[in-house]
Write a protein that binds this ligand. Structure first.
Ligand code: DX5
Ligand code: ZN
Length: 220
């Protein structure tokens, strides 16, 4: 029997009701999700402001799960120390937000956390191929960054396949994560295309059976 590809599921708290954050973290923990995705927005790189490192640290402390900081901010290098200090186990910055991605990645070397870049929908996969030896993860955005609840851009599937091929050609053990508009309708295609992790926010908080939903996204 052909083994169905398995993926990790990371839940974005951006779309949760922040007056109920503690209960939302409990719901995520009980759902069988693998991690929590923290969408950090500065109102400059994206036209929205979310939350900063102090709230991120509170979420890390309360979550009971590994957390990933997705920095949608300009000059991300200036925030690395603050977000590494929150206790996240992964930090991703946008390749479009800095002129010197290699230098930014070098700043994270030795930080003890997984590091990587996020890539906007209109940015070509080829632009991050030179970075593959320096990253643990590439996060492919399947929506324009800045807001939850947007529709999945189907062109992302080809980008997942192209990035998986590029990583295989270069022999690098790359984690490919996909972020935005992910739900039951596109999870299987993303797994088949070679994604290792699916980030879901709105679809997770809309479901009445979180455990069943996470199993469905995982393909288990
Ligand atoms: C968008 C964020 C995504 C988004 C995912 O800028 O990076 O993580 O919150 O949420 P949904 O699943 O609602 O698209
Ligand atoms: Zn995100």
């Amino acid at each position: 029997m052909i083994e169905e590809p398995r993926v990790n599921v990371s839940v974005s708290v951006l779309s949760t009701d922040f007056t109920e954050l503690g209960r939302s973290l409990e719901r995520i923990r009980l759902s069988g999700a693998d991690s929590i995705h923290l969408d950090i927005m500065d109102g400059r790189f994206v036209p929205n402001i979310s939350f900063g490192s102090s709230i991120a640290a509170d979420i890390v402390r309360a979550s009971g799960l590994p957390c990933c900081a997705h920095l949608m901010i300009k000059h991300p290098e200036e925030a690395f120390d603050a977000f590494v200090a929150t206790g996240v186990n992964e930090l991703l910055f946008h390749v479009e937000a800095t002129r010197f991605p290699f230098r930014a990645l070098q700043l994270l070397q030795g930080s003890g956390i997984r590091r990587g870049v996020a890539v906007n929908p209109a940015t070509q996969v080829e632009s991050v191929v030179p970075l593959l030896d320096s990253v643990d993860t590439v996060l492919l955005m399947s929506v324009e960054p800045g807001f939850g609840g947007q529709s999945f851009l189907t062109g992302t599937l080809a980008k997942v396949r192209a990035l998986r091929s590029a990583a295989d050609r270069s022999g690098t053990p790359l984690r490919i994560a996909v972020d935005g508009g992910i739900d039951a309708s596109n999870a299987a295609a993303l797994r088949d295309a070679g994604a290792d992790e699916l980030v879901a926010g709105t679809s997770f908080f809309r479901t009445s059976d979180a455990r069943a939903f996470v199993r469905l996204l995982k393909g288990s």
